[in-house]
Design a protein around this ligand. Sequence first.
Ligand SMILES: Nc1nc2c(c(=O)[nH]1)N[C@H]1C(S)=C(S)[C@@H](COP(=O)(O)O)O[C@H]1N2
Ligand SMILES: [Mo]
Length: 322
Amino acid sequence: MLIRIPKSWHLPERAVTDEKLFRDRRNLLKGVAAGTLLAGTPAGIAMAAAGPTDPSGKYYPAPLNPAFTDGGRPVTPEGLASTYNNFYEFGSHKKISKVAQEKLKVRPWEVVIDGLVEKELRLPIDELLAKMPIEERIYRHRCVEAWSMVVPWSGFPLKELVKLANPQMSAKYIQMQTFNDPKMGPGLKQFWYPWPYTEGLTMAEAMNDLSFMVTGVYGKPAAAQFGAPLRLAVPWKYGFKGVKSIVRISFVNKRPKTFWENIQASEYGFWANVNPEVDHPRWSQASERTLRGERIPTLMFNGYGEQVADLYKEMQGEKLYM
Ligand SMILES: Nc1nc2c(c(=O)[nH]1)N[C@H]1C(S)=C(S)[C@@H](COP(=O)(O)O)O[C@H]1N2
Ligand SMILES: [Mo]
């Protein structure tokens, strides 16, 4: 039988029966388990998760939101996704998972919400989690370096956090920053980088259904290397927009200058929407290599155009695709 996955706007959030969620969950777990076995990688590294002092285990596995199942694309085996990471706070190469798990302390963890808000908030991560509807979503992830993966994130819609923050009308952008403590992230000693890692979205982008705050991955609290305990996923944009291990969220009226824009504005812009027709100055963006090793064509907006293309309709003269 052909099962059509309804698009998000056809389906009010969480308007699904428990039975459907249960079945999706079981199928996903089967897929993840099979993938891990096929890849023959030790799941041990990722299994170490966030350590004994992390009390958030009770939220996982979270119910899969059936509006975000990525049309049956194979989920990347956990052993691959959790051992090939970009997280410059731990070094400017891909093999940072071990040092991230050793050094990153995710409790206590405070998230500051400030800027153009009624009242500045300082929320311990577990208080924030308790206020948010935790669900699972399977998203594609396309790095600007032309590799990609499909990941079951857990977390909550960014717009729920925006509602909690209650920003003023004058807020035009939301800026997010990573921790900046070299005791936790030895890579922060590389003084030539413009720390802290900073990213940003327009308010319209932040309110889009797809914008997601990640707290878990693969059905458990996020392992350190994925950006525990709080990370952004905006799957229609290049991966560097997905800022990890967030400590500060600020509502501002000026476009934030991002980490990668500061390093090389001619190669990495603020918008960074995935587009196979606009090449990076140094390589083609027409196709991508999955972490499973296949070469596949890259899709406009990474395949999420129906949800997000309208956001950019009226924008002329902006470098939307780099
Ligand atoms: N703080 C921080 N966030 C970051 C990065 C980083 O170096 N530091 N790298 C980005 C890039 S380039 C990518 S592709 C993704 C990688 O996420 P993953 O390791 O979970 O695959 O994280 C993004 N977020
Ligand atoms: Mo990336």
